[in-house]
Design a protein around this ligand. Structure first.
Ligand code: ZN
Length: 324
């Protein structure tokens, strides 16, 4: 099929047009999460791009560039794409995010030609390892970079009663629903994509350390999130890091540059409910609370963080000496 024909979307015909967005097709579209993520092995690229499905790309930053190794999400709609998060490293030489996104967008536009295609760069929340490469997009044409502060996030998405209610972001034929989910960070959002059924939870729900800095806000956020999800089809819950090994409740040390036996990225709504229940059970307590599928650091005190850093340094030293 020529590129010209491929670009036509016949709205009278309910059958999917091969390779293009079919705004009336069945939802959610299936995708592929059977992927071996880069995890710090020698010779890995600084960035991995995995096509979950034709209009959905999941990226992972390499452990060699930054141990946080966050996941980033690129969602394509008819009129614009959303890049959710920009990773932990600003330097384009070390972490060529802009070049990678430009290539992915150009390839997508080759398959789905259209004029004036826009890019929105937004964030699951404002922590450094999710916004660091924003400056790479500052001079990109047809691009909006949403600032990281809570006020700008509320204004951009149009939240009237933050964090209550839901906002939307229309990519064209793909309308994302946005929830305010503060607790880990004051500007944390969760993005629901009806196209794939994926719930993007940032650092609020992830298979690793769940840092809770505002416990009451966090519990309320998870309650709202679960109430919202009751009326949606959720295929996968995807956070922004993997820090647990395949053993229940067993974490890689902070700063780990190599995670050969890390567990899968995807979580379930059942695990979100378990996190909500675990968070409710530790109301009024501070410290580290270990569970099979997540470890809560609630208002961690200095001694918890020092312990984390000591274990991390020891791990890095062993790695350098080849004992890992
Ligand atoms: Zn964070």
């Amino acid at each position: 099929m020529s590129a010209k024909t491929e670009s036509l979307i016949d709205l009278r015909d309910p059958r999917p047009v091969a390779g293009d967005l079919d705004v009336r097709g069945p939802r959610p579209v299936p995708g592929d999460l059977d992927v071996r993520w880069i995890h710090g092995a020698p010779g890995e690229p600084p960035l991995q791009a995995h096509h979950y499905a034709e209009h959905t790309v999941i990226l992972r930053q390499g452990k060699a560039v930054n141990y946080e190794a966050p996941f980033l999400y690129l969602l394509f709609g008819e009129e614009r794409a959303l890049l959710l998060d920009t990773g932990a490293t600003e330097d384009p030489a070390a972490f060529p995010l802009r070049a990678t996104v430009d290539r992915l967008v150009a390839e997508w536009l080759e398959r789905h030609p259209r004029a004036g295609y826009q890019l929105v760069v937004a964030h699951t929340h404002g922590h450094h390892d999710h916004v660091a490469a924003d400056p790479q997009f500052a001079d990109r044409p047809d691009t909006t970079v949403v600032p990281r502060d809570a006020e700008a996030v509320r204004a951009f998405f149009g939240f009237e009663e933050w964090p209550n209610g839901t906002a939307t972001l229309d990519l064209g034929g793909r309308v994302l629903e946005i929830l305010g989910t503060p607790g880990h960070h004051e500007a944390s959002i969760t993005v629901y994509d009806p196209w794939t059924g994926i719930l993007l939870t940032g650092d609020t729900v992830l298979p690793g350390r769940v840092f809770v800095f505002d416990p009451a806000g966090f519990r309320a956020s998870l309650d709202r999130l679960l109430a919202f999800a009751e009326h949606r089809t959720v295929t996968h819950v995807l956070g922004c890091h993997v820090e647990l090994t395949t053993r229940r409740g067993r974490l890689y040390p902070i700063g780990a540059g190599y995670q050969p036996r890390e567990r899968a990225l995807a979580m379930t709504l059942g695990q979100v409910a378990a996190l909500r229940d675990a968070a409710a059970a530790i109301t009024g307590k501070r410290g580290v609370f270990r569970h099979p599928d997540f470890v809560i650091y609630q208002e961690p005190q200095r001694r918890h963080l020092v312990g984390l850093l000591v274990r991390g340094r020891a791990y890095q030293l062993r790695a350098r000496l080849g004992w890992r």
